[in-house]
Design a protein. Structure first.
Length: 501
């Protein structure tokens, strides 16, 4: 199976990767292609809550896949760590690129500023003039930035530190297992520090692979099919930090930084045909403001619709035929550029507000996963060990519900999925296709349940009957496989029969 290596850079990269995980869990897949997904998160801010939440989601996704095996339906796209592919016998759950010599260091220490002669010190002072903030939210010179909280909106620092990527063990491992037919996708924002500097650095090293003496698979890698999404400003920030200090990171700076980065990208990325498919996305809706957290307080942002739309770019990229994305000597022969558009410009998005392609791609699958979550949250404890679908072999009983597969992996993942939906619904611009607190018949907005004299009411009794119907005469290999596959099959039939999907 071909692989897609996804480089998720900075906080935006982690949040988009989280949305991609939710789409894949629901069964959203590219048409007529199947890829193993290999996420590689690049973020020096290891205490970033967005990064930690995404890693936990990916861990639970992996554990579920390991238990149920390969199948069509929920969790049917395999997600792997780079380390596990290189060392199959070594168990690792880390998806994060290990930035060397960053933790606990100031930027001036990273570049050995004190060892420079006077003329080079003066040059460094000029190149890295300006102010930033440290992890205690104190204003400092750029040379005194503590890099384990990220590059704090300073791509000039990020470009220096991230240049170590080409010499890293992760890059060597990535290059050594990269095969003909594999692809790369890069997720980054353009208005901060880590993403704006990380995208061109990674792309440059891929396209210059033949000139690097320390890696294998140079030819495959240099001419690989590379896509990327560059996320332009899409949220607001509070002016002050939680401590009441005015932060050097302001939304008013986002536009200026975006213009500067786009100008650079025009000359050095799209302008020289380095990229096969480049996606642009932004939102000028002035929604609620996120907490201004440039320091070490967590950086836990609510999920945003733009992140889900960005994740859809990955699916779209995998649907473009290889023949349309050819490279020669590290140059894309026919680069393509895309934006995201909707049928209706609204602050509260439902499935019917998308164009036909997007609606057909996600509405059914997300509705299935939402039905699944609603059942196990509100009904499962009343049904296991009692209903026919549960007592047939292999049984789904109290022992199953106390096992780590269900108690930890499934419930944690679906709780994260519910949080993801609720956060997007209350954000601005909001994405709220479901009435999550309503009954089953009113769950999906803009969808009316088909009812009548000969139509049963859609409730949990109907749900149980459908589960029993779908489980008859099916040979499941394990309770875990039965649980995931049965609910996929039953929810698909419910949506067809009751909602007309």
């Amino acid at each position: 199976m071909a692989r897609l290596f996804v480089f998720a850079i900075g906080g935006t990269g982690s949040r988009v990767l989280k949305s991609l995980s939710m789409l894949l869990a629901a069964g959203v897949k590219p048409t007529n292609s199947d890829y193993e997904i290999v996420p590689i998160i690049i973020d020096p801010h290891k205490s970033n809550e967005d990064l930690k939440r995404t890693e936990r989601i990916l861990f639970n996704y992996q554990a579920i896949c390991k238990s149920i095996g390969t199948q069509n339906g929920f969790f049917s796209t395999q997600i792997s760590t780079l380390n596990n592919l290189v060392n199959p016998n070594k168990v690792t759950t880390s998806f994060t690129f290990d930035l060397q010599q960053v933790g606990g260091k100031k930027f001036k220490e990273y570049i050995d500023f004190n060892l420079l002669d006077e003329s080079n010190k003066a040059l460094a002072d000029i190149l890295f003039s300006g102010k930033s903030i440290n992890k205690r939210n104190e204003e400092v010179n750029l040379l005194d930035v503590e890099m384990d909280i990220g590059f704090v909106g300073n791509p000039n620092i990020g470009s220096v530190v991230l240049n170590q990527f080409k010499d890293s063990q992760e890059f060597k491992d990535f290059a050594s297992i990269f095969n003909d037919g594999d692809r790369v996708f890069i997720i980054s924002s353009i208005f901060g520090g880590t993403g704006a500097s990380g995208f061109p650095t990674i792309l440059k090293n891929i396209r210059n692979a033949k000139s690097l003496s320390n890696i294998q698979s140079k030819g495959f890698l240099q001419d690989s099919i590379v896509g990327a999404i560059t996320v332009l400003p899409y949220f607001n920030l509070e002016t002050e930090t939680e401590e009441g200090n005015k932060s050097p990171i302001q939304r008013s700076h986002f536009i200026a930084k975006t213009k500067a980065a786009l100008s650079y990208y025009s000359d050095n990325l799209s302008g020289n045909n380095s990229i096969n498919a480049l996606y642009y996305i932004a939102d000028d809706t002035k929604g609620k403001s996120y907490k201004n957290d440039p320091g070490d307080n967590g950086q836990k942002n609510d999920a945003h619709f733009i992140e889900m739309a960005s994740a859809l770019a990955v699916i779209d990229f995998l649907e473009i035929p290889d023949s349309d994305l050819q490279c020669s000597d590290g140059k894309a022969l026919s680069p393509t550029y895309k934006e995201f558009a909707m049928r209706n410009d609204t602050d509260n998005i439902k499935f019917s507000d998308f164009d036909d392609y997007t609606e057909s791609k996600i509405s059914k699958r997300l509705s299935q996963l939402t039905l699944f979550h609603k059942y196990i949250k509100e009904q499962l404890n009343n049904s296991i060990g009692k209903e026919a679908w549960s007592t047939d072999q292999p049984v789904i009983d109290k022992k199953f519900s106390n096992d780590s597969f269900y108690r930890t992996n499934v419930t944690e993942f679906l709780t994260s999925y519910n949080d993801w939906l609720e956060e997007m619904a209350t954000n601005k611009r909001g994405f709220s296709p479901f009435n999550l607190s309503n009954n089953l018949e009113n769950l999906i907005k803009d969808k009316t349940v088909q009812s009548g004299w000969f139509k049963s009411k859609l409730d949990f009794n109907f749900f149980n009957d459908m589960l029993a119907k779908k489980s008859r005469n099916i040979n499941y290999t394990s309770p875990e496989e039965k649980f995931i596959k049965l609910f996929y099959d039953a929810t698909e039939e419910i949506l067809k029969e009751k909602f007309g999907f």
